[in-house]
Design a protein around this ligand. Structure first.
Ligand code: AMP
Length: 279
């Protein structure tokens, strides 16, 4: 059962996966396409740990609270397939909306608590309900042993861990390091929407995060965030939030803890960028 394959519905994907005498161990990498090296790092990790890697490409309408953002989201399926077809044990699934959300939907909504009310939760109402729903259904239909997610979207990662625990899906959630460009900008499909000048200006995001990491233990939370904001405000980007929280619960930052994270969201022109750094 080798060779790169593409499927457009879960039924034919499952038939293919069940073809052999032994059901393969599946690693799932859910994506919204416009793939870059960050996605590839997840796929390569999954290849090391599984027989077959299922990469889903699905721009999930339920997680966009802003219709313009959904419309503008980059879609380059041919490029994506060209990037992946060198991998022998990768299978791509590009399902339709009805396939992911059938009438007889297997998902029962769960409570997300604090995760849905702070930072991304506050600024993107309904976003994480959409994320929990889509990832649940992708897991339900592709039946992976493991699923891979980037620390780049750390709040999303916590939501997914919470969803998996609440719905008792038998899947290991694997967290993967954020891949950055040579200057520190976290790779993102949305970077495709930035011109060269804006790309350069967006580097202020990582500079701000690095400042927080280097100073918070000495200066404390309030003073560090104040100075970090001043640094950030020298740029033309518009800050949405900059805060430090516990990286699992997204509850308050605790000075003594070694499990804090600094999260940032900013608009670079009309492009919304998020990033974080573990403290
Ligand atoms: P997306 O297509 O943006 O929904 O991302 C699909 C997966 O790739 C998510 O688990 C993201 O967290 C992960 N991802 C996106 N950008 C990066 C990056 N720069 N480094 C590592 N993982 C990433």
């Amino acid at each position: 059962m080798t060779g790169f394959r593409t499927f457009y519905d879960f039924g034919s994907l499952r038939s293919f996966l069940n073809e052999g005498a032994k059901v393969p161990q599946i690693g799932l990498v859910p994506t919204m396409g416009a793939l870059h090296i960050g996605h590839v790092s997840l796929i390569e990790r999954a290849l090391k740990e599984n027989d077959i890697v299922v990469v889903t490409i699905f721009v999930n309408p339920k997680q966009f609270n802003n219709p313009i953002d959904l419309e503008k989201y980059p879609r380059v399926p041919e490029k994506d397939l060209a990037l992946l077809n060198v991998y022998d044990r990768v299978v791509v699934c590009i399902p339709q909306v009805n396939d992911v959300y059938p009438e007889n939907d297997p998902y029962e909504k769960i409570e997300l608590g604090l995760l849905d009310t702070v930072l991304e939760g506050e600024f993107r109402p309904g976003h994480f309900d959409g994320v929990a729903h889509v990832v649940h259904n992708l897991m339900f239909y592709t039946k992976p042993s493991k699923a891979y997610f980037g620390l780049k979207d750390i709040q999303q990662l916590s939501v997914i861990k919470h969803m998996v625990a609440s719905t008792k899906r038998p899947v290991d959630v694997v967290a993967c390091q954020t891949v950055r460009d040579a200057h520190g900008l976290a790779l993102s499909s949305r970077n495709l929407l930035l011109n060269e000048a804006k790309h350069k200006e967006a580097l202020i995001i990582y500079k701000t995060l690095s400042f927080v990491k280097s100073n918070i233990k000495v200066l404390g939370k309030e003073e560090t965030l104040k100075q970090a904001q001043a640094i950030f405000n020298q740029s033309s980007l518009e800050l949405e939030y900059l805060d430090v929280v516990n990286q699992t619960t997204f509850g308050p930052y605790k000075k003594e803890g070694d499990d804090n994270v600094c999260c940032i969201s900013a608009f670079c022109e009309k492009v919304r960028l998020i990033d974080n750094i573990l403290l």
